[in-house]
Design a protein around this ligand. Structure first.
Ligand SMILES: [Zn+2]
Length: 278
């Protein structure tokens, strides 16, 4: 661990060869506590902005080497969760949850919850979306607890078999929905709810073009399954904060894995182990 500390402080961190990034990624995963001081800076910045009622995130991305550390923290807007990066602990639960407010522009009749900053951002997004004539948003799914996700994965397995379940749903502890930062939406009046054709609707197109302005990204874009492990989900919005969403959309990258320089995670590690041993 001591060997990686100078790297973390080096402003050229972003540009070091991928192999070093990979090694650092593994060391971060194995010893996240070693970076607690930097994470406190991130947390402090987040809390200050919340106190001022500003959108949650933001450190300058020039401090990329610091913000990247927050990809390991469930409570960070930058957290990167995928099939190879489970939440820690597996049954992680966010602390700042609240119910998304229904309005003329936003239907949360299911009473679902998000982290406070993500809920606020979604409410603003829905207001703008409606004003733009792109439709009234319905919240299909938002926070999902560890237990809920476990049951969901079981039912998908019963419905589609294990292979089918693996590309449609996450195992508990591996879902972005467990962070309180991910939300599945639809526009019932336009059809295609939680279907890929949602991407072709007026609402789906508006979200793809504009959700970044509110701190969201379309997390599972077309043709990224080999990196994310999931098929195209134009309905799944992930809150990452305004600055990161802005940088991400400008970067032209299509996955958070690529953006942060983490390995592709099409499969769970145990799937890879079993396929190579069979
Ligand atoms: Zn989703």
């Amino acid at each position: 661990m001591p060997k990686s500390r100078p790297l973390v402080r080096n402003p050229l961190f972003v540009f070091v060869p991928p192999i070093v990034l990979l090694a650092l990624g593994f060391s971060l995963i194995s010893q996240p506590g070693a970076f607690a001081p930097q994470h406190e800076l991130v947390a402090q910045a987040i809390n200050e902005r919340r106190a001022n009622q500003q959108p949650a995130q933001i450190l300058p991305l020039a401090k990329f080497h610091q913000t990247r550390l927050a990809t390991n923290q469930g409570g960070s807007d930058f957290v990167l969760v995928n099939k190879q990066r489970p939440l820690q602990p597996l049954n992680y639960k966010p602390v700042n949850l609240r119910e998304i407010k229904s309005s003329k522009q936003l239907d949360n009749s299911r009473g679902l919850e998000l982290s406070d900053q993500a809920a606020t951002a979604l409410e603003r997004l829905a207001t703008e979306m409606s004003a733009a004539g792109a439709g009234k948003l319905f919240v299909n799914s938002a926070l999902r607890s560890f237990d809920y996700q476990q049951d969901l994965f079981k039912s998908k397995t019963a419905q589609y078999g294990l292979a089918g379940a693996l590309i449609r749903s996450a195992k508990a502890g591996h879902s972005e929905h467990q962070t309180g930062l991910a939300v599945d939406v639809s526009v019932p009046a336009q059809g295609c709810a939680i279907m890929q054709c949602f991407g072709d609707t007026v609402g789906g197109k508006w979200l793809a073009a504009n959700s970044w302005k509110f701190g969201f990204i379309i997390r599972y874009e077309e043709d990224t399954t080999s990196t994310t492990g999931y098929t195209y989900e134009p309905w799944h919005l992930r809150f990452v904060g305004l600055q990161l969403a802005t940088e991400y959309s400008k970067s032209g990258m299509k996955t958070l894995e690529d953006f942060w320089g983490y390995p592709a995670a099409e499969f769970y590690l145990e799937e890879i182990d079993s396929s190579t041993s069979n």
